[in-house]
Design a protein around this ligand. Sequence first.
Ligand SMILES: O=C(O)[C@H](O)[C@@H](O)[C@H](O)[C@H](O)CO
Ligand SMILES: [Zn+2]
Length: 299
Amino acid sequence: MSSIKIECVISERYRIGESPVWDEREGMLVYVDITGQKVCRWNPNSNKIQSVSLEEPVGSVALRKSGGYAVAAGTTFAALNWEDKSVTPLARVDEDKPNNRFNDGKVDPAGRFFAGTMAQEIRPAVVERNQGSLFTLYEDHSVVKHFDMVDISNGLDWSLDHKTMYYIDSLSYTVDALDYDVKTGKTSNRLHVYKLQQDEGIPDGMCIDAEGKLWVACYNGGRVIRIDPQAGKVIQTVKLPVDKTTSCGFGGKDYSELYVTTACDGMDEAWSARQPQSGGIYKITGLGVKGIPPTAFAG
Ligand SMILES: O=C(O)[C@H](O)[C@@H](O)[C@H](O)[C@H](O)CO
Ligand SMILES: [Zn+2]
């Protein structure tokens, strides 16, 4: 049996840490603070953090093939040049919904950047419902809307054979599976694969491992759960010392470390005092399973 170790490696208090992506080119973990409006990257060797402040909330960050990163910020897909800190808009969505913003996003196996929207939260997990949609930014910077009527568009990833896209709309409390056509980037036939139990909290960010199992960060659940999507069951629970676990992604050497982001927005003083590391980023090792390298946005 491997022994699991959980360490808070970044002890900043990000308001909503999210979108952890391992950047192998730089040997750094890239992530965002959504409401803190920042994209950050952490070098595990030097323990130094660099950050770029944006003018809007930034829901997610992705690697970009031609260099730098792609971000989903406000309601704009944009390119982020880390060297000069410039942000270049690539496409806009939800132009009829001024109260919306992007939330979680990820690049599909063919290099398309998927990200979903939601209404701005009144307080954590409280939003005007059905305002969000899921979008794709293609390599040529055209955008496709997959579906609307989403409450809080959140975690997503693809099966190892690329035939399924897993997706979370947080307030449904489910992890869903959609048929996926990797040639066209089209989704169809949505099904629930798992519904969270009450004590597990709200499903938030998610990633797949090299065995095709899903790791889901449970907001207000203080844990990540490993789901077998075929069996529709939780096969492992790893608890963390903070409640607001928001997302997870594999990185480090051979993608054997699981990085878990957390949040502190919405915690009162007493809650914060009990969990002073809320908003920090954790590294979990000894899981005995690896992740897969993230794909870079092709455009
Ligand atoms: O990061 C997100 O996905 C949202 O922006 C957050 O505010 C919370 O995680 C969400 O409310 C829980 O579902
Ligand atoms: Zn999220």
